[in-house]
Design a protein around this ligand. Structure first.
Ligand code: AMP
Length: 423
């Protein structure tokens, strides 16, 4: 029988790569703490309607990319989450979080599932870190989440990122703009590709998202959303921009940035990396005040958030050599058993050292002493502790520093004391 392979679009992460994940996750968690964001974890699946309502049925995610199934013949359809915002909002509404405090700052690092065609930087199971700030979506709140996100990138050492930002205005602004776009594109309808024709019907804003080079010129000549914003929306956007300038965060205004999801309003942003190929988006986000109502909340709930793809973030970091200095510490001590009759004693010693808080490795395969030493060096141990008959009888063990080759004879208590002392 042929060997099993991982499902297409899903990948395994082995220990040497997990070290990188821990590093990135550690930075995210520490920067989140600086900004007062707390972690939320929601279920991997939700009722399918949540995403249909929360993301919008005209989007590719809902239209083509969801992994949905019926849990039992009479059950409601369930979907593996393709993004986090709808689930986080559902959780907060369900718990009535806003009755406990007016503002909530949440972040997550979670696995997501989309039925996209797998390619470099695009998987069917992938991971995002992101934040949701609920209860206020003022320019200061937008700046808060953006600054949090940018500080994570900066702390990781990532450079060459480009932040693009746009204002989508409110529902009325967008309705007027949608009409203007429809009027603009209608005379070109015959020249549009199939998906843009469909978008012209359902949501002409999304034509601006098109990557089709044949439409580039036509799109560049389209009316700009900015011209349809109310003065309050313009002032709001300018305030966001001035916050960014105050924090020395560079940005480009991109009039074509409309984001794929229906629930965005006002500020929307995207970050791209020059290190990534065709799939150059690292993350994006914006305001989504109307999402709560869409999900059955009683009123609009001001909200702003972002999501960053972990895999793409790490591809960009790898290209910039940002993992090169990441040095996973091997075990501190390798317990080397000289004769197999002493292996039980060796295990006991290892156990005692571990109970005392030391990182210890020991051979479990009854290998020769030479093989044990080779292994100790291969995995980067700092010390070898030899277990021989004399050591066993005297209670004094030879501890060898594998860097300096210095060797001393010590009781186990002394070994613990020396190795527990930092430095
Ligand atoms: P989105 O939720 O579509 O705005 O995506 C936010 C970020 O998640 C993107 O900028 C990517 O970095 C990442 N992302 C989205 N879809 C995928 C995927 N299929 N595979 C890997 N990363 C993805």
């Amino acid at each position: 029988m042929a060997q099993f392979q991982a499902v297409k679009g899903a990948r395994d992460i082995f220990p040497d790569e997990v070290v990188r994940w821990h590093h990135v996750e550690g930075v995210i968690r520490s920067v989140a703490a600086l900004y007062g964001f707390s972690e939320i974890r929601t279920p991997v699946f939700e009722y399918t309607e949540l995403f249909q309502r929360g993301i919008g049925s005209t989007t590719d995610i809902v239209g083509k990319e969801m992994f949905s199934f019926l849990p039992d013949p009479n059950g409601r359809s369930i979907t593996l989450r393709p993004e986090m915002t709808a689930g986080v909002m559902r959780a907060c509404l369900q718990k009535n979080l806003l009755s406990l405090a007016p503002v909530h700052k949440l972040y997550y690092i979670s696995d997501l599932f989309r039925k996209e065609r797998p390619q470099a930087g695009r998987q069917r199971q992938f991971s995002q870190f992101g934040a949701e700030l609920l209860g206020v979506s003022s320019p200061a709140a937008v700046a808060e989440v953006l600054t949090f996100m940018m500080q994570v990138f900066e702390t990781l050492g990532l450079h060459g990122l480009r932040l693009r930002i746009n204002s989508l205005g409110d529902v009325e602004d967008r309705a007027r703009y949608r009409e203007a776009l429809r009027e603009y594109f209608l005379p070109y309808a015959a020249d549009l590709d199939e998906s843009s024709k469909e978008r012209l019907e359902k949501n002409p804003l999304r034509i601006l998202d098109s990557k089709n080079p044949a439409l580039k010129e036509m799109i560049a000549g389209a009316p700009r959303l900015y011209a349809y914003l109310k003065p309050e929306a313009v002032a709001d956007f300018e305030k966001v921009l001035s916050f960014l300038s105050d924090r020395a965060i560079a940005y480009d205004i991109d009039h074509l940035l409309v984001r794929g999801l229906d629930y965005y309003c006002h500020a929307a942003f995207e970050v791209t990396s020059s290190e990534l190929g065709a799939q150059d988006a690292i993350g994006g986000g914006g305001r989504y005040d109307s999402l709560a109502k869409e999900l059955g909340g009683t009123a609009d709930l001001p909200a702003v958030g972002f999501a960053v793809g972990m895999e793409r973030l790490m591809i960009a970091m790898e290209k910039q050599g940002l993992f090169a200095t990441l040095n996973p510490h091997g075990p501190l001590v390798y317990v080397v058993v000289q004769q197999q009759e002493l292996s039980d004693h060796g295990m006991q010693v290892a156990f005692r050292l571990r109970k005392a808080g030391l990182k210890v490795e020991i051979d479990l395969a009854a290998r020769s002493m030479k093989a044990q030493m080779r292994e100790a060096n291969r995995i980067g141990s700092s010390y070898a502790l030899f277990i021989g008959q004399t050591e066993h009888e005297s209670g004094l063990y030879s501890l060898k520093n594998l860097v300096t080759s210095e060797q001393t004879s010590l009781s186990l208590d002394a070994v613990i004391e020396i190795l527990s002392t930092p430095g």
